[in-house]
Design a protein around this ligand. Sequence first.
Ligand code: KIV
Ligand code: ZN
Length: 511
Amino acid sequence: MKDHLIIFDTTLRDGEQSPGASMTREEKIRIARQLEKLKVDIIEAGFPAASNGDFESVKAVASVIKDSTVCGLARALEKDIERAGEAIRPAASGRIHTFIATSPIHMKMKLRMEPEQVIEQAVQAVRWASRYTDNIEFSPEDAGRSDIDFLCRILEKVIDEGARTINIPDTVGYTLPDMFGQLIETLRQRLPNSDKAVFSVHCHNDLGLAVANSLSAVMHGARQVECTINGLGERAGNAALEEIVMAVKTRQDVFPCTTRIDSTQIVPASRLVSNVTGFAVQPNKAIVGANAFAHESGIHQDGVLKNRETYEIMSAEEVGWTANRMVLGKHSGRNAFRTRLKELGIDLDSEEALNTAFARFKDLADKKHEIFDEDLQALMTEEEQAHEQEQYRLVWLKVTCEMGETPEATVILQDGNEEKTARAHGSGPVDAAFKAMATITHTHAELQLYSVNAITQGTDSQGEVTVRLHEAGRIVNGQGADTDIVIASAKAYIHALNRLHSKVERAHPQV
Ligand code: KIV
Ligand code: ZN
C-alpha cells in the first residue's frame, strides 16, 4: 500500500491573490463544487478576516461542500482566528490554517518582532485555533529563507501545542529542488515530535520551480502539497495542481504515494477557473493548454497513429479533454439546460433564476449553432456578474470600420438612472469603444491588460475578453463574452469599471 498524498487546493485563497482575481461568493461556490468533483482533499476557501465578503464566501463554501475539508486562513492573531473559526463552523470537516513569518528579513522588517516573540505568537495562535477545531495547520511563512535551527524550535513547539499539519512555504519561490527536498527531510529527522504531524509544502513559482520543488519535497517525505488550478497565485503563481497530480500519477514507478484526484475533472476545472478569473491558459501550458496534446510534426502524428505511447505519456481523455463536451442547441429545452448546468456543478436556486439564465441561453443559441460546456460556463459567469453592484450598464454600441478609415464607436451607457451617449475614434474598433466609454465615465483608470480568447473552436465561437484596470492602488479584472468581440470587450470594460466603483475593501493576509 502506498501513502496517500493530500492535495490541498488554494485556488480560492492564494489564487485569489493574483492581480484582479478576487471572486464573488457565487463564483467561489461554483469553483469549490468543481474542486469537490475533482476530489481534492482540502479546499482553502479564503481568508475570512480579509473582508465581510470573504468571510461570507468561506462560510458559504463550508456549508455546501461535503466531501472535501474546507479551510480558512488566519494570521497568528486572535481576531483572524476567531473569524476563520466562525467561517468554517458549518463545514462537515473544517480546518484552520494559521501562519507567521519566520525568516530574519520578514521578522525584522515586516513584523518588527524578536524571534522569541514570534515563537510565543505562533504557539498562542495554535492555542486560539484549538478552541474551534483540532484540525490545525501551521505555516512558518518564508520558510525557504528561514534559519533551520529557528524553524526546528518553532515547529516543535507548535506541534506540541496541537498543530497537526506543518506546512513549509517557499513564499518567494527562492529554493531549488534538491535544497527544498533536503529541508523537508532535515525537519522530519530533527523534530523529536515530527511523527505527530503531516508535512506539507507550498511553493511559489518565481523561478519556475514550484512544481519541481513540491515534487522533490514529496520524494523526501512531504505528504501534503498545496497547489492551485492553472498555477494561479500571488506573483508568478503557485505549483499547478494539474502538473503535481499528473506527475505523481504518470510516474508511479518512482513516487511512493498516490492521490485520490479524479483526473478527468482537471480540464473542466481549469476552464472554469480561467473563465471566472479571466486568467487565460497559455496554449503550451502542460496538461491543460490547448496544445498539450496536439501533434504538429508529421513524424509525431505518424507515431501517435501507430501507437499513442510513442509520443504521449498521458492521454487527453485521462485529464478530461473530451469529458463534459455535451452539446446543446436552439432546440434544447429547459430541462436539458438545467440538467447540464447541474452536471457542471451549477445549481440554480429558483425558478426565476432558471428562467433568466434560460432566456440568455436561447439568445446565444440564436447566434451560435452549437452550445458547448465552455459557452454555458461563460454564460453563467455573466449571469452571476449581473448580480454584482452595477453603476454602469451597456445599453447600445455601434462601431464602424472600413479599410483606410479611422474606426468610430458610439456608445450608450446607463449611468445610475441616466442614459449617456458618447462617440469616439480609435486606432481600432475596441480602442474607439473604450475611449467612448471612458468619456462617459470620466475614468482615469489605467488599462493594464486586454486579452481576447476564443471560448471554443470555429469562427462562430464566443470571444472571451479580460480587461484589467488599475486605479488608486486597486486592481480589478472584468470579463465579457459574446460572439461579437467588440461587444465582449465593451462588456469586460464595463464590468471592470463597476468593480472599481464598488470599492470593496479587502485586507491582504501577507502585507
Ligand atoms: O506563500 C505563503 O507563504 C503563503 C502562506 C500564507 C502559507 O501563502
Ligand atoms: Zn502563498
